[in-house]
Design a protein around this ligand. Structure first.
Ligand code: FEO
Length: 395
């Protein structure tokens, strides 16, 4: 069923209950592709859905109005979870105009090789639908260069595209319909921010400033994934905090291991963090998914990365994690490496190079031991964990 957000504005998207991998991001709670229909003199569809969900979207629209009566289509974002349904939707709906940012137009043309009736819009441009009026807000890199948001002035409703999204499939459409599960939805909001938007904290702060300068206020935020927020203060506050990038007194020990020696060091370091009284987490890279570890990295102040040396390299899972993390450009974090080795011991040095390339604050040259840690090694690792936690996390 379509769901009405405000008079004559409907959610007509699709729920993807079973997706568990979203280009490498573990989506254990599924997701939604939110599209919105505005019934006005100019009937307008905002975004579409992933290609295979177009019949679901069109069926929802058909419960409200004949899809062929849609006059305008707005594409806030080119990525195919939102535009994949465009070719099918365009063939059926045949709108008079397709509104998108200039880079959106270029991106859609590259994706679909179609010369649809595009109209480029920029920040501050407005569009009258009759009773309702829209304003456009370009938001490059949130999440792609083409991204923009669309604001419904009369209802102070922001169609925020990927911004404020969360990968969460649910039968409820609104945040205030989930009173029993707020921690889970906030966790999904955080996971999405960490894995999709972490590199763009400064752009989010700029967006907040632009929004303030334009005098925009939001009663409802309607993203393209997950719930629609009728309590937007909660998500705005969370985004403000994450965008600032200020860490919590929290340390993560992230490692892989061959014969449990690096694991023994990891456990000793974790105990040291706990000795210092900070929040500590230990993550084995073949037991916790990268996207879940990165969720915890978002507000951690100290990262301890452990790897055995395998064929003169760091362990492949550690390299994969560091590659993923580097792309997300974490800020304001201290870090150190550790690991056991047999004879050459390059892993710690290689991890240090990656930490420095990420511009993390490397606070120790790296803790190593040969073969199996002795009780003295473990005591030293524990003491090091406590020392680093007190120095970096305890104010
Ligand atoms: Fe939900 Fe950047 O796409």
């Amino acid at each position: 069923m379509p769901v009405e957000l405000v008079p004559k504005v409907y959610w007509v998207g699709a729920v993807d209950w079973t997706i568990r991998d979203f280009h490498g991001y573990r989506t254990e709670a599924g997701t939604t592709y939110n599209a919105y229909l505005i019934l006005d003199d100019k009937i307008t569809l905002i975004d579409t859905v992933k290609a295979e969900f177009v019949p679901e979207m069109l069926a929802r629209i058909a419960e409200i109005v004949d899809p062929e009566k849609i006059t305008y289509l707005i594409s806030n974002h080119v990525e195919m979870d939102h535009s994949g349904g465009l070719p099918q939707a365009m063939a059926q709906v045949k709108p008079e105009k397709v509104f998108c940012s200039p880079r959106g137009r270029a991106g859609l043309r590259r994706h679909y090789q179609q010369d649809w009736p595009f109209v480029e819009v920029k920040t501050g441009d407005t569009l009258s639908l009759g009773r309702y009026h829209l304003a456009f807000l370009e938001t490059p890199m949130l999440h792609w260069p083409d991204s923009m948001m669309t604001y419904l002035k009369e209802e102070e409703l922001l169609f925020s595209s990927d911004g404020f999204g969360a990968h969460l499939a649910s039968s409820e459409r609104f945040d205030d319909h989930l009173p029993a599960h707020p921690p889970d939805y906030l966790h999904q909001l955080k996971k999405y921010y960490a894995n999709i938007l972490m590199p763009f904290g400064s752009l989010i702060l700029q967006l907040f400033k632009k929004v303030a300068d334009l005098g925009l206020t939001f009663k409802i935020i309607a993203p393209d994934h997950g719930l629609i927020y009728r309590r937007p203060a909660l998500v705005l506050e969370a985004y403000g905090k994450w965008a600032e990038g200020l860490p919590e007194p929290k340390g993560l020990v992230i490692y892989d291991t061959m014969w449990h020696s690096t694991e023994m060091l990891a456990q000793a370091l974790t105990q040291g963090l706990m000795d210092a009284g900070v929040e500590a987490q230990l993550h084995h890279l073949r037991r916790t998914h990268l996207s879940d570890i990165v969720t915890e990295v978002l507000d951690a102040g100290l990262l301890l990365l452990g790897s055995p040396t395998l064929n003169n390299q760091m362990f492949p899972t550690v390299a994969a994690f560091l590659t993923y993390l580097k792309g997300l450009q974490p800020r304001n974090k201290a870090a150190a490496a550790f690991g056991s080795y047999g004879w050459s011991g390059q892993a710690v040095k290689l991890i240090n190079q990656e930490l420095e390339a990420m511009k993390l604050k490397v606070v120790h040259e790296g803790f190593q031991c040969q073969y199996i840690p002795t009780p003295e090694d473990l005591a030293a690792a524990r003491a090091l964990g406590a020392h680093l936690a007190r120095g970096q996390l305890v104010k």
